[in-house]
Design a protein around this ligand. Sequence first.
Ligand SMILES: [Fe+2]
Length: 295
Amino acid sequence: MSGRVVPLTPRIGAKIPMRREELLDPSFADECLAALERYGVLLFPQIGLSDEDQVTFSKNLGEIIPMGPMRADGTQEAVYKITLDPQENPSGAEYLKATIAWHIDGLFDDGPPAKATMLSARRLSATGGQTEFCNTYAAYEDLPEAERQHYESLRVVHSLEASNRSTNPNPTPEEQASWHAAEARRERSGRRGRSEHPLVWRHRSGRKSLVLGMTVDHVAGIPEAESRALIETLTAHATRPEIVYRHEWQLGDLLMWDNCGVMHRAIPYPPDSGRLMHRTTLYGLERIEGVQSAS
Ligand SMILES: [Fe+2]
């Protein structure tokens, strides 16, 4: 396969032009996961998968987190449709807000963050709607040695409230009440609305990455102003253009990313643009371990 892998930038992303049948072949799974680990983002240009194909491919790589609509039998469909069309997604505007800031999916929960997400481009927006990715391994590796050691000792609180605040810094009392209600609903359903993670994740592979994004509430144990300044500096460092890939979508593109090694965000697009992505997501296999907690 290596002959077909074409890096998209020097430090993040690769495209693998291939036929649908090759992609769906279970023997491609190991190579695909290795390429994902190495490049963080993989593009299969205009491969044009059906939902059934996308589910087959996703299952070859791991276990799907069902995110789609409920079926009559109470189970959930695997494929989630990302759209701002109010007919299909009544909370579209809220959804958009939540996707335009840099983030890693699933940091409120205690369990492992999702392993990977796949998006198929079904309809495009005439303006905006690109997706951006930054390499959080590179963000760690580019730090001076003395700073790395300091950051390895820090822990960060992530919360749903911080995520809301990142896109709406001056909420009304009603908005704030609805955030708290949402956080309480999550807690009641056994999920978390707030979690603490190390700033530096030491992966089982031995590689290290920074854990940042709009979910960051504060750095534990340091004054608020210092925490805010540190997060701002590190976020700017992690999202420098040289470690970012911006994807300009073509119809039929399949793009997947390693949710444990990149942050992502959507560039805003008009709610009536018609943009439609079909998404599948894989369960994570690895909890976020710090340098000191892992042995
Ligand atoms: Fe996301």
